[in-house]
Design a protein around this ligand. Structure first.
Ligand code: HEM
Length: 504
């Protein structure tokens, strides 16, 4: 009898252990790994159900994949691969760079707008532009030009607008203001033209800015058609969004052509420090070539910094301790150099803002302006994590998901914690393949330093003068994914002056 009982207990305990093992350590009850592949329709149903929250849906999916890589299926065949694995990112962006160009599809979809500018070309055409541009981006004179332009836009436009709003109690869309700021600034740097979209009279530039925005949004919309060639049918019949795109592009191109032509007619000694003047150089390049370059730069520098700063001000609103630390850092830099609020910061002073640099990088980690970036695979390949990639598949690295991976950032990966970037108070940069927010390898962002100068100048000037009260600060705003990651419906704020007596 006793033996029977102990046999029963043994069987019971064994079954219980098996059940617990299956429950906790196997895929039982867990979501399927990777994007679900349905017969005939591939991963499309999941994509269509989650299109409005694509970034979070794909992040959840990648988190459950053993190597952070998932295959995406088109009806009937494999479409491509999405990865959040740093070793794969290094392979795609650097080690096997030649095998992962932008590719024909990307280039074709953006060609009407961007031509073959640096942002939209591969091979030799890209190399030539990259060589000249990287040389120019490293010159001190360009840096000074950027500093002057940022100083003017901040003191003459941004601060007065916020001061007025604080005195009248007016609510503002801070994202819109930051986008206008960035557009003015990048036009100045690209071809020394001030569109005056933020607080200027704006007549010359407003139409250009609107047309540019439409052209960028409608061109990126071509990537999202469920039927891939639908846009070319609409283009052929000149209807709907394609008709609007054609008109917007015509405005942008005419505007840029006029500036370029008149600049080319000027004598060389009148040349300015802007990028166009530098590219005109020996006078051998055609108007069209120069136009494509300038438009690529405006596109690259336009919405990226404004996107980062919009998310930064939203995060800051619910992290008062971070705001205090930034204020303390600014105070100590001012005290050290005997300057009062209102005097602008020099390049060296901006460089010394380690905590602010960390707070901005931490924002970029959680809300990268370019959250996903795709390449085309030229020849069959195997990624370092063992994933096979076929010729003509797309390969996407997911910077947004990477910022949320425990394997990269640890258990507190979802927290906003600028301190993770600091060692003894000094900013410590992260490996670019774990933090590919500015891309990496030969095609790494050329405007990174310029972006930090601009972001730090704006953040410092605003924070030390104004308290920014964000409406609904405790709810994460809805995201919109066009070419960059924006806040849907803008960032609505009221501002209060901190020190009305500051020198302006
Ligand atoms: C926070 C701000 C910024 C972020 C996060 C950012 C990020 C990026 C990323 C991810 C790419 C690669 C895109 C691709 O695959 O083609 C890129 C390329 C580029 N960026 Fe930025 N960018 C920023 C600001 C700027 C600014 C202010 C400029 C100034 C003009 C700029 C100029 C460029 C250029 C020219 C390229 C193309 C490089 C090439 O293809 O060789 N970026 N950037």
């Amino acid at each position: 009898m006793e033996m029977l009982l102990s046999l029963q207990s043994f069987i019971f305990i064994s079954l219980l252990s098996l059940y617990l093992y299956l429950y906790f350590f196997t895929s039982y009850k867990r979501p399927a790994v990777g994007f679900k592949n349905y017969p005939v329709v591939g991963s499309l149903p999941g994509y269509l159900r989650n299109r409005h929250r694509f970034l979070d849906w794909s992040t959840e999916t990648l988190k459950h994949c053993p190597t952070g890589t998932a295959i995406f299926y088109r009806p009937g065949k494999i479409h491509g691969v999405i990865t959040a694995n740093p070793a794969n990112v290094e392979h795609i962006l650097k080690t096997n760079f030649e095998n992962y160009p932008k590719g024909q599809r990307f280039v074709t979809l953006l060609e009407d707008f961007l031509g073959r500018g640096i942002f939209n070309s591969d091979g030799e055409l890209w190399k030539v532009q990259r060589k000249t541009a990287s040389y120019e981006f490293n010159t001190k004179s360009l840096r000074n030009f950027v500093m002057d332009s940022v100083r003017f836009e901040t003191l003459s436009r941004l601060v007065p607008i916020l001061t007025k709003a604080s005195r009248t109690g007016l609510a503002l869309d801070l994202q819109d203001i930051l986008e206008r700021y960035a557009f003015d600034n990048i036009c100045k740097v690209a071809f020394n033209f001030d569109p005056g979209c933020l607080g200027g009279d704006g007549t010359a530039g407003s139409e250009f800015m609107r047309a540019f925005e439409d052209a960028a949004t409608l061109s990126s919309g071509r990537f999202r058609y469920a039927f891939r060639r639908m846009w070319s049918v609409k283009k052929f019949f000149d209807i709907g969004s394609e008709r609007k795109l054609k008109n917007s592009i015509a405005i942008v191109h005419e505007f840029a052509n006029n500036i370029i032509r008149s600049r080319m007619e000027e004598k060389t000694e009148n040349m300015e420090d802007d990028l166009l003047s530098r590219f005109i150089g020996n006078g051998k390049n055609s108007t069209e070539f120069l136009r494509d370059i300038v438009i690529s730069f405006i596109l690259a520098g336009r919405d990226t910094t404004s996107s980062a700063l919009s998310w930064f001000f939203w995060l800051l609103a619910s992290h008062p301790k971070v705001e205090q630390n930034i204020l303390k850092e600014l105070e100590s830099i001012r005290a050290r150099n005997g300057r009062s609020v209102g005097a602008t910061y020099s390049f060296e002073e901006l460089r010394d803002m380690h905590y602010l640099h960390a707070a901005l990088s931490e924002t970029l980690r959680l809300y990268p302006p370019v959250p996903v970036d795709s390449k085309a695979c030229r020849n069959d390949d195997v990624l370092p994590d063992g994933t096979f990639v076929g010729k003509d598949w797309f390969v996407t690295y997911h910077a947004y998901a990477m910022g949320r991976m425990e394997s990269i950032w640890g258990e507190n990966c979802n927290e906003y914690l600028p301190e993770r970037w600091l060692e003894d108070g000094i900013y410590r940069s992260e490996n670019v393949f774990r933090f590919p927010v500015f891309h990496a390898g030969p095609r790494m962002c050329l405007g990174k330093d310029m972006a930090y100068i601009q972001m730090k100048s704006i953040a410092a000037s605003v924070i030390e003068r104004f308290a920014v009260d964000v409406q609904h600060k405790d709810t994460c705003p809805e995201k919109v994914l066009s070419l960059t990651l924006r806040i849907k419906d803008g960032l609505h704020v009221r501002v209060r002056e901190r020190c009305p007596g500051a020198v302006d």
